[in-house]
Design a protein around this ligand. Sequence first.
Ligand code: NAP
Length: 248
Amino acid sequence: MKNILVVTGGGRGIGAAVSRLAAARDYAVCVNYRTDAESAGKVVQDIMAKGGEAFAVAADVSRQAEVERLFRTVDGTVGRVTALVNNAGVVAPQGRVDQVDEERLTRLFTTNISSAFLCSKEAVLRMSTLHGGSGGAIVNVSSAASRLGSPGEYVDYAASKGAMDSLTTGLSLEVAAEGIRVNGVRPGFIRTTMHADGGDPGRVDRLQHLLPMGRGGEPEEVAEAVVWLLSPASSFVTGTFIDLAGGK
Ligand code: NAP
């Protein structure tokens, strides 16, 4: 039976690298995106050109009704999901805690953590042996920020990733005996366009000298760890984290 993977925010950056690598390892991949249909379509096109299986589904994963539609679409297109990567995430313009407001906090926390809860719920309902499923694997894309706190940049973003780590720990224990493994990755300073959304497109170049390895990371380096954590090669690994942050 083919593994069926949902990658939230799979059209760009780290999510796109995960989608491409997983498809090359024979997963049927649902490339979720919110607005950038062109990028998601390109990922799907590239995968299919190489003989892989992929399709794109637009859904704002911070909204419950859209998450439910996303998973129903996967059911109807390729079948019951066996793997989920909770990757969709955003930053907000850099600033201090004394500058935050309700609108910003709602957007950050619903996009970065409510989404992971809502998608995990739909995945567990389909994967858990308790619900008639045959197991599966979930990988949560957190951040080194959950450990470092991002002072002066975005403590709220870091806190949303701290919540992601708690979700990973708690859910992994909740479903460990139901055939589902749940793990996290914590990237840092990866070359994607996310930093431009925080108002600092040159962030990785500017700060990479602070890392012990002296360079930023590539989305493909994160994807390797994510796909390993999804795969049977990590069959005895759950509730743990891989830091992909150049040593910091
Ligand atoms: P990115 O290049 O900006 O891509 C973000 C992706 O998330 C896009 O595909 C976007 O969809 C999607 N997305 C955003 N909100 C969504 C929503 N509500 N519903 C569905 N999809 C949504 O970001 P990235 O750098 O690859 O980041 C991916 C993950 O890695 C994030 O969780 C981020 O926090 C984490 N991370 C990144 C870094 C880094 O240095 N880049 C470091 C640590 C952690 P559209 O294309 O449609 O806009």
